[in-house]
Structure formats: structure tokens, C-alpha cells
Design a protein around this ligand. Structure first.
Ligand code: AMP
Length: 285
């Protein structure tokens, strides 16, 4: 496995693979890797000849300096996991490699980046969009793999890559969950044992709405109330938002429509967690 720290070497790595006719898949991450990240690696390996993973905690997407400082960093373990998973290259640049002094350009994804997560974390999606555009330019893969766990992020990236004619194929992969339904996340490592138990309520809130949806309910307020009431019944959960939206655009859900994604964000013991479920695709119980 090649471990690469400069943008120049990373671009040369992909160019060399392409010269020999190989396709390249790319999995951008912020490290503290878990099975959710590794599922993206496996998705890439299933169809691409070579797979590169980036590990970069992007300061530009954190609106809260404490959140950036506290973000888990487990670089040596991450390298070992990548090696074992058969990753071909890890790109681990320093912040100075990515953010050259004096750089001021930002990619603004427009209204899709201003709602939900964007409303609660001002500037977050400009930070995400800017770094993803930079990484896609540097790595220049055929396909890039993202988790549906960060639903709005995938929507923003599809928008940006389409709007800027970048041509990279963006693949969304299903959310990987713990046994109690909690979506795997690097942030889960910051939950104490009580908070970890309580955090499973996020997924329960989504399935409460999904059950109603399966029963034929197509009323936004009723579906949102089911999710919100489930969250509110668990002490120690601080709700940021519960929102039923149209799955492709994240526009307001139109009552009566079959297709809907429920998105929730809440703090459990000070740790901010997000989750979502496309109600029309839900097959669990
Ligand atoms: P992060 O390191 O949190 O920036 O995540 C890197 C990529 O892994 C993003 O595309 C995430 O959506 C994806 N990811 C994170 N958690 C999960 C999960 N539980 N299941 C699937 N993908 C995930």
C-alpha cells in the first residue's frame, strides 16, 4: 500500500494507474475509520481496478473549533485497517498541503447547502464542497464513493460535480449500523456508555416514521411528529431538527407524495449526531 502525503505524488499515482489502463476508485474520509468507511472501500474494489482512500480532517468544514480539536484521530490504526482491507493508496496530506497560505477561493453549493445541516452549521457545506472539489482534482478518480449516512453531503456533492462539469461518477453507499441501529460514525467514540445506549433513539425515531409511512401515511406533520416524539421521549436528547424532505432535491416534502427522506440531527451528551432514512425504501422493522 502506498502512503502519499503530497498532492503532486497523489496526482502522479492516479496518472500512472490510468496509463496502464486501470480504473481508480476514491474514498474520501476524515479518518478514525470504521466499518462504514470500509464498506465504501469494498464498493470501490467491487468495480474499480485500484482504490485510494484519503485521510484528512478538513478544518474548513468545522464551524466549531472545539469540535475540530476533539475530532478523533487514529492515524496508525487507520493505516493498518486500510492495509488489511487491500487499499492500494492512502493519501494523507497535511493541512498546509491542502490549504495553501493566502488561498481564498470557496465553492458555494447554493441553496441546497443552506438548509438542514447548513442552517445549523453555517459555512459547513462550502467547506465540504471546496475540499471535495480539490481532492477530486488532485486524485482525479473515475468514481468517488460516499455514504448515504451523510445524506445532504451526497446531494451537495452531486450538485457541485454536476454544476461544475467535473465528470467524476459519484456513488452513494448504504448506511452501516451497529446492532441497535445506531449509524456508525467516528463521533460515536466520544459517547459515554449511557449516551451510547441513548443514541440508538435516532434510528428508532426514523423507523417510527417509516412504520407509519408503510401503513400509508403521507402527511408531513404526522410523520415528523412520530420521529420527534420518539426522540423527545428519551431524556438527554437535544433535538436540532426533524425534517421530512423530497429525496432528490431535499426540497420541502409535498403531502401525498410517496417518496420521502426523513432526516434528524440531535445532541446526545453534547455529541452531535445525524441520521436519515429514505422511508419509501425502508424494508426493516
Ligand atoms: P467521514 O470520515 O465521517 O467524513 O466519512 C467519510 C465517508 O464515509 C463519508 O462519505 C461518509 O458518509 C461515509 N460514512 C460515514 N459513516 C458511515 C456509515 N455508517 N455507513 C456508510 N458510510 C459512512
Amino acid at each position: 500500500m502506498d502512503v502519499i502525503s503530497t498532492t503532486h505524488e497523489m496526482s502522479a499515482w492516479t496518472a500512472a494507474r490510468r496509463m496502464s489502463g486501470a480504473s481508480v476508485g476514491f474514498v474520501p474520509t476524515m479518518g478514525a475509520l470504521h466499518d462504514g468507511h470500509l464498506s465504501l472501500v469494498r464498493a470501490s474494489q467491487a468495480t474499480q481496478d485500484a482504490t485510494a482512500v484519503s485521510i484528512f480532517v478538513n478544518p474548513a468544514q468545522f464551524d466549531d473549533p472545539d469540535d475540530y480539536a476533539l475530532y478523533p484521530r487514529t492515524f496508525e490504526e487507520d493505516l493498518a485497517l486500510c492495509e488489511r482491507a487491500g487499499v492500494d493508496a492512502v493519501f494523507a496530506p497535511s493541512p498546509a498541503q491542502i490549504w495553501q497560505p493566502g488561498a481564498t477561493t470557496r465553492v458555494d453549493p447554493g441553496p441546497i447547502g443552506d438548509v438542514l445541516e447548513g442552517a445549523h452549521r453555517p459555512g459547513h457545506f462550502a467547506g465540504v464542497a471546496t475540499v471535495v472539489v480539490k481532492l477530486l482534482h488532485i486524485v482525479d478518480p473515475d468514481s468517488a464513493y460516499f455514504g448515504a449516512k451523510d445524506y445532504q453531503q451526497v446531494a451537495v456533492i452531486r450538485r457541485v460535480v454536476g454544476d461544475l462539469d467535473m465528470g467524476h461518477r459519484i456513488v452513494a453507499c448504504p448506511t452501516i449500523r451497529e446492532h441497535d441501529g445506531l449509524a456508525m460514525s467516528s463521533r460515536n467514540a466520544r459517547l459515554g456508555s449511557d449516551a451510547r445506549r441513548i443514541a440508538a433513539v435516532l434510528h428508532r425515531s426514523l423507523t417510527a416514521a417509516a412504520l407509519l409511512h408503510r401503513g400509508g401515511c403521507r402527511d408531513r406533520r404526522t410523520l415528523e411528529d412520530a420521529a420527534r416524539d420518539t426522540l423527545a421521549a428519551e431524556p438527554g436528547v437535544d433535538i436540532d431538527y426533524v425534517a421530512l424532505r423530497s429525496p432528490d432535491t431535499l426540497d420541502e416534502f409535498v403531502d401525498g407524495s410517496d417518496h420521502a427522506v426523513m432526516l434528524v440531527a440531535a445532541r446526545v451528551d453534547g455529541v452531535r449526531l445525524i441520521d436519515n432514512l429514505v422511508l419509501s425504501e425502508w424494508t426493516g422493522d
